[in-house]
Design a protein around this ligand. Structure first.
Ligand SMILES: Cc1ncc(COP(=O)(O)O)c(C=O)c1O
Length: 350
């Protein structure tokens, strides 16, 4: 077998651990389950599975267009936003060219770049937060794509609207800026960017979102990119004919109507956030304020050992060692009962 160096160098993705009988607070899933409207729509479509999916995702793109007040040409759905990152790097990055992102962020940007033999540059974070001027200084003539998670996974920090717009003004127009808003629906800060407003001005802006988080449909795999119609038409050339399965399309279109579930999920998240902040403060643990559905917290001990001990007590979290932080964990905000169980276990191991 003659292998390619860029593929050999890829470290396989480590998913959050699911242990029978344990609460999983390791993958930022929705602790309230799935959108009930999505589940009802799925049941109604179960007798159509002998048919291929709608290859153009027409119904879902129309539903997204209505939801956001844009036209369907602005949207391209994918098999999770992960697949969208592949479309983008495949379409814009040639071997040896560069992708820019930050340290301590979602690993799939690096994976997507490596898959297409691109190189990756990382801008440092300060206390979990990105300084956009630092990112600007990392741009090189070979930089083709910038990936920014907002809020950032795993730190939960966000870029403010004014700073982000100022950043876009300074990025050369030929570099594609991917704003990954997987957790946008949880963001509560008043100055969280209204990124859709920027699409008309900045043709190099691509916004990705997902049904995996607040809509509770991670198992179905459906995300999407919102960008200028010419960018969408170009990316559309790179996808497989039936990249989003039929049930995913049905569930996602129905979930967009489920404002009650979204509001309930957001409210649960805010309650859990306040509770966990208060408990971490009592325990004198440093944490980063979050705009997402998880919290990055320093625990003053080796995180992989702590992860094992917490798992023994029935809770799985994400150790931050693979992100280069040996003494922190990331915990998904769960239901009140799950959060209490996590805090009880944490107190025991500290
Ligand atoms: C920042 C970020 N982007 C994207 C994703 C993946 O989303 P999807 O399930 O749509 O592939 C995740 C999943 O954890 C994430 O944290």
């Amino acid at each position: 077998m003659q292998t390619k160096a860029n593929i050999q160098n890829i470290a396989p993705y480590q998913p959050g651990v699911l242990k029978a009988g344990a609460i999983k607070l390791a993958s930022n899933e929705n602790p309230l389950g799935s959108s009930p409207k999505a589940l009802a729509a799925l049941k109604a479509d179960l007798d159509k599975l002998h048919l291929y999916p709608d290859g153009g995702c027409v119904r879902l793109r129309n539903a997204l267009a209505v939801h956001y007040g844009l036209t369907p040409e602005y949207f391209l759905p994918g098999n999770g936003s992960d697949e969208i990152f592949h479309f983008i790097t495949g379409a814009f990055v040639s071997p040896g060219e560069r992708v820019l992102t930050t340290e301590i962020t979602f690993s799939e940007y690096t994976f997507a770049a490596q898959l297409f033999a691109g190189a990756v540059d990382y801008a440092p974070l300060t206390d979990g937060r990105l300084q956009l001027d630092v990112l600007l200084r990392k741009i090189t003539p070979q930089t083709k794509v910038i990936f920014l998670a907002n809020p950032n996974n795993p730190t939960g920090a966000y870029c403010e609207a004014a700073a982000f717009e100022n950043f876009l003004q300074k990025v050369p127009g030929e570099i594609m800026v991917v704003l990954d808003e997987a957790y946008a629906e949880y963001a509560a800060a008043a100055d969280y960017p209204d990124s859709l407003r920027l699409l008309k001005t900045f043709k190099n802006l691509l916004i990705t979102r997902t049904f995996s988080k607040i809509y509770g449909l991670a198992g179905l795999r459906v995300g999407y990119v919102i960008a200028a119609p010419e960018t969408i038409a170009y990316l559309n050339k790179t996808r497989e004919p039936f990249n989003v399965n039929a049930l995913a399309q049905t569930a996602a279109a129905a979930a967009l109507q489920d404002t009650e579930f979204v509001q309930r999920s957001r409210a649960n998240n805010e309650v859990g956030k306040k509770y966990l902040y208060a408990e971490f403060t009592k325990l004198k643990l440093k944490y980063y304020p979050t705009e997402a559905n998880f919290i990055f917290v320093y625990i003053g001990q080796d995180c992989v050992t702590a992860f094992q001990k917490l798992m023994d007590r029935g809770v799985t979290v994400r150790p931050m060692r693979s992100f280069g932080v040996p003494d922190a964990i990331r915990v998904t905000i769960g239901t009140p009962e799950q959060n209490q169980k996590f805090i009880t276990a944490l107190k025991e191991i500290l």
